[in-house]
Design a protein around this ligand. Structure first.
Ligand code: PFF
Length: 462
């Protein structure tokens, strides 16, 4: 039988940038600054850094080693190592599919804002115009879906072009652009009058702000931000050539992801703090879309700054969404013997349908009236947007990460995995021992704590 030639990254840098492209996303630029602000600044940052190094990096290495050892998609990888654990891959695929559907919708919002800034940044009139503009836009029935479809089409375009010809090539151009833009935005932000006060708020550790909630918040954020717990790193690891050192690559990916998160916080928190005060920081999800345009409007050169910011957010969202779509696509290609084009085409419609549910439920209690059907009653009792986010963030991602750790730690064995982490024929992985302890004990324990806090305390899926 003819062995099918499997894709590989063309260079080590290409892989690191593509994986960092997956990790650096809306989570870093949109969610992280808001969380830092909400959990009181420095204490959250310290917790976050410790968790990335002690839990996030070990889980990422576990995933990469499974991928590279098997050279398979997330389900195929588990089936090859131990058929009984295929369900762990299944958890990954379901999570990826759900995340992709709403990531496309939020990606569509970002695309819309790039367009708004390109065409004059007109948000209408009135004191609440920025939040009114945003809620008006996301609660429309069709417009957000058109932008989501455009975003998804861009992802499909890149993924169809393949691993090194599409994803790697795009990441090598987009990631440096993203860094340059972010540095420009951060420099502009920290040189604004009064920014020092905001920076102090951001980095100072207030006594008493290190609580259990801070820890749980930092854990959830770290997994989402590093793209671990759903098998992306199994897929991306499966394209890594055998002579690469996985530890060096994983450490670079974690460092880049954390750097971008910190730079984003340094760029955003002080300006919001200075312009809108503490209240502006408490906006949570709508932060980037409601608070920031108001900030941009108040500062000199704000329109250009705003355009830069949303292009930045768009690049970050695109490279992350591509990694999610690639992982679902690899699953379909290998498990069902489809072509790349067919696999992505087959995903598009169900993704858009689920995404439509997410988008249409944005209006919440206010309800959406389509010309041919009144959705208001239907979507009042089913806040699909909140349910989908909680389902993935609070349940599926920790569950996936737990399964991956238990599998590597107790079934496949950390010795086998550690052998895979070092480059083939090169030096063995020097931190194999502490890493083994992290994967077998520390990470599962900590994940169980998150699951207890988010589900056991009743904050889970309701
Ligand atoms: N890590 C990405 C971010 O921080 O936005 C989000 C993400 C990418 C989540 C890929 C899940 C995923 F599979």
């Amino acid at each position: 039988m003819k062995e099918q030639q499997r894709s590989q990254w063309a260079s080590k840098l290409g892989f690191v940038l593509a994986a960092a492209g997956s990790a650096v996303g809306l989570g870093n630029i949109w969610k992280f600054p808001g969380k830092v602000a909400a959990y009181g600044g420095g204490a959250f940052i310290l917790c976050y850094l410790a968790i990335v190094a002690l839990i996030g990096l070990p889980v990422m290495l576990a995933e990469l080693s499974i991928g590279r050892a098997t050279q398979k998609n997330v389900v195929g990888a588990f089936r090859q190592l131990d058929r009984r654990w295929s369900f762990a891959g299944g958890i990954g695929v379901v999570t990826l599919f759900v995340i992709m559907s709403y990531y496309s919708v939020v990606g569509g919002w970002v695309l819309k804002y790039v367009w708004v800034y390109l065409t004059g940044a007109d948000f209408g009139a009135g004191p609440d115009r920025y939040s009114a503009f945003f809620s008006g836009f996301i609660s429309q029935p069709l417009q957000p879906l058109v932008w989501a479809a455009a975003f998804l089409a861009l992802c499909i375009y890149v993924v169809v072009r393949g691993v090194s010809g599409g994803i790697e090539r795009v990441s090598k151009v987009l990631m440096p652009c993203l860094f340059l833009l972010l540095i420009a935005v951060a420099l502009r932000a920290v040189t604004l009058p009064g920014a020092g006060e905001g920076l102090r708020f951001l980095f100072s550790v207030q006594p008493g702000s290190l609580t259990g909630d801070t820890l749980v918040g930092a854990l959830g954020q770290a997994f989402f931000s590093l793209s671990v717990g759903m098998g992306i790193m199994i897929t991306y690891g499966s394209y890594v050539p055998k002579n690469d050192d996985l530890f060096k690559s994983a450490a670079s990916i974690c460092a880049l992801d954390t750097l971008v998160a910190l730079l984003s916080a340094a760029a955003i928190v002080p300006v919001v703090f200075v312009t809108l005060g503490q209240e502006g920081l408490g906006m949570g999800g709508g932060f980037a879309f409601m608070a920031l345009p108001e900030v941009f409007a108040k500062m000199p050169g704000g329109r250009l700054f705003g355009l830069f910011f949303f292009v930045l957010l768009f690049l970050a969202a695109l490279t992350s969404a591509i990694s999610i779509l690639e992982s679902c696509t690899a699953f379909l290609i290998e498990e069902f013997h489809l072509s790349r084009l067919k696999a992505t085409g087959l995903l598009a419609l169900p993704l858009m349908l689920l995404g439509a549910g997410y988008s249409l439920s944005q209006a919440g209690g206010r309800g959406i009236n389509l010309p041919w059907f009144d959705f208001s009653a239907g979507f009042q009792w089913l806040p699909m947007n909140a349910v989908m986010e909680k389902f993935t963030d609070n349940l599926m991602i920790p569950l996936g990460a737990l399964c991956f750790c238990l599998f590597v730690g107790w079934v496949w064995g950390t010795k086998n995995a550690a052998r895979e982490i070092g480059p083939q024929g090169g030096k063995p992985f020097p931190l194999a021992r502490p890493w083994g302890v992290a994967v077998r004990f520390a990470a599962p324990l900590v994940i169980l704590v998150i699951l207890y806090f988010t589900l056991g305390k009743g904050q889970g899926l309701s």
